[in-house]
Design a protein around this ligand. Structure first.
Ligand SMILES: NC(=O)c1ccc[n+]([C@@H]2O[C@H](COP(=O)([O-])OP(=O)(O)OC[C@H]3O[C@@H](n4cnc5c(N)ncnc54)[C@H](O)[C@@H]3O)[C@@H](O)[C@H]2O)c1
Length: 267
């Protein structure tokens, strides 16, 4: 990563994150990694929270190679003590929290007919309970700081329309995340804390590659043909929308769900 500070004061004020502190869960890989890179480029200090410590450390090292702005912490977002530790670590390192991105998520494909209760619950625990725990912890910290804040939940187009069989648990968790977004926006609006969700379409990530190697049905040619802009997305396509929502440009935007899918849902 190369850091390119903008020379335009107007753009720096509108889209820059200089002096801000962000926590990005699931930032050891894929979309979260892309978001952490964009935040560091925009001038933020970034805490990389991931269940996989070596991946988190690798991303923090990558960001720190150009500016000493990153820290990492092993975190399972579904475990309340881990989430408390994640916030405490960020505060010890950077002194405040201005932005939270709930990106950590899992999507192990399994048809309902073969789905155990444990399969169902693990997906809810990581995707929905994890987002709730991190959101509550971060929002209360932001409320205490008294200077507002930004929370961005990484949901999915699957929260609006199931893309394939085998993701009922996942689709339900992301639908829940959309309503968590709206409800939290209502409750924390008076604190000037905005809460929004980004709904990615199919993005080329390590997680999707692993799913395609696994037991679940891979996205078919037919599925890919529905992407009207003609290509699968990249983590950067999502990070650009997340950066907007974290920036001053989105000061008056809350409780919204932003589809970023190359036109998949209209295809
Ligand atoms: N890739 C896509 O096509 C796509 C589409 C829509 C939504 N999403 C969402 O984007 C997010 C990121 O997906 P991705 O494709 O980058 O996945 P990925 O598997 O490449 O990365 C996810 C990261 O989250 C971490 N993680 C998993 N469980 C965790 C936990 N309990 N606590 C902390 N960290 C945990 C993993 O270690 C990994 O580093 C997920 O919430 C996913 O549902 C992805």
């Amino acid at each position: 990563m190369t850091v390119h500070p903008t020379t335009s004061p107007f753009l720096a004020e509108l889209f820059g994150l200089e002096g801000k502190v962000a926590v990005v869960t699931g930032a050891g890989s894929g979309i979260g990694h892309g978001i952490a890179r964009f935040f560091a480029e925009a001038g933020a200090s970034v805490a990389i929270a991931d269940r996989n410590p070596s991946a988190a450390e690798r991303v923090a090292d990558e960001l720190n190679a150009h500016a000493d702005r990153a820290t990492w912490i092993e975190t399972d977002v579904s475990a309340e003590p881990d989430v408390t530790r994640m916030l405490r670590h960020t505060l010890e390192r950077f002194g405040r929290v201005d932005i939270l991105v709930n990106d950590a998520g899992i999507f192990p494909a399994k048809l309902i007919a073969h789905m155990s209760l444990a399969d169902w619950e693990r997906v809810q625990d990581v995707n929905l309970r994890g987002a709730f725990l991190c959101l509550r912890e971060a929002a209360l910290q932001m409320r205490g700081q008294g200077t507002g804040g930004r929370i961005i939940n990484i949901s999915s187009v699957d929260s609006l329309h199931p893309s394939m069989p085998g993701l009922a648990h996942y689709d339900a968790s992301k639908g829940g995340m959309n309503m968590l977004t709206r409800s939290a926006a209502l409750e924390f609006g008076p604190d000037k804390i905005t809460v929004n969700a980004v709904l990615p379409g199919l993005i080329a990530t390590e997680g999707v590659a692993a799913m395609n190697r696994g037991a679940g049905p891979p996205p078919t040619e037919e599925f890919n043909k529905r992407i009207v802009l003609g290509r699968i997305g990249t983590p950067e396509d999502i990070a650009a929308c997340v950066l907007y929502l974290a920036s001053n440009a989105a000061n008056w935007v809350t409780g919204q769900t932003f589809v970023v899918d190359g036109g998949y849902l209209i295809g």
